[in-house]
Write a protein that binds this ligand. Structure first.
Ligand code: NI
Length: 255
């Protein structure tokens, strides 16, 4: 069985078949998914999905794109949602300098605030880093605390930086782009970073892996990410499935 460490099943592209798709998880070999949030409304949706479906765990928080909409009040509601039993992380939080949907200083402010919330609550946090490696690393390092842990979601940095995040207590999650023939840097990360520090994800409905590129992504396609890692590392598919599942359960304390 496989885990998918990052999905957005509240996306409208799942409106027609969301429940059918979730009910198919077991048949598709998916044991657990993390339903990641990007704003207050999607945090509520993630919590609701986690309460309805056994295989779904939730994170709550504000994505850097939506940082401009954060208020002290909305963050208090996010904080209250963390009390729900299947909310296992704060996220996704971080910086996105590719789109700049929110000003950089606002992105940084709420990234830092949400890291501090994770610290106070003793929860892992999920990091979104797009073209912001330097600032992400510096903020995480400055805000580091005993017990820091979480996930670098859809990791796009190099091996050296991955090792620094691992030292801080983070797992490196690889997504569909690893299946693209030009993904040299990410393939190198898969090769060099030991399985005990890796996770797999789809980021559905985004980042569809090579065989279905251009179509909607879905959790069952996480197998293509696992297959690619297995082939790069020259290990069995099963060993990748087991290690990433164990890592997911260890991080989120799922027994
Ligand atoms: Ni995401």
């Amino acid at each position: 069985m496989l885990v998918d460490s990052h999905v957005h099943l509240d996306d409208e592209r799942f409106d027609k078949d969301r429940e059918k798709l979730i009910e198919r998880f077991e048949k598709d070999g998916i044991s657990y998914v993390l339903h990641a949030a990007y704003d207050l409304q999607s945090s509520v949706k993630a919590v609701n999905a986690s309460e309805k479906f056994e295989q779904i765990y939730a994170s709550v928080g504000y994505h850097p794109h939506d940082a401009k909409d954060v208020t002290e009040e909305s963050l208090q509601i996010i904080r209250s949602l963390t009390k729900k039993s299947k909310v296992v992380a704060i996220g996704e939080i971080g910086l996105d300098y590719h789109y700049d949907h929110s000003p950089k200083d606002i992105q940084k402010k709420w990234f830092i605030e949400q890291i501090r919330m994770a610290k106070e609550l003793d929860m892992p946090y999920i990091v979104h880093d797009r073209e912001a490696h330097g600032d992400i690393y510096n903020i995480m390092k400055t805000e580091k605390y005993s017990g820091t842990r979480g996930i670098l979601h859809c990791y796009s940095g190099n091996v050296e930086l991955a090792r620094e995040f691992i030292k801080m207590g983070f797992l490196i999650s690889l997504a569909g782009p690893i299946t693209f023939s030009n993904a040299r840097k990410t393939k190198e990360v898969a090769k060099e970073i030991p399985l005990e520090h890796l996770l797999i994800e789809t980021d559905s409905p985004y980042l569809t892996p090579a065989p279905f590129r251009g179509k909607r992504n879905e959790p069952s396609y996480v197998r293509y990410v696992a297959q690619e890692i297995a082939s790069i590392k020259e290990v069995s598919f099963e060993s990748v499935a087991k290690a990433t599942t164990d890592n997911f359960k260890r991080l989120f304390k799922i027994t």
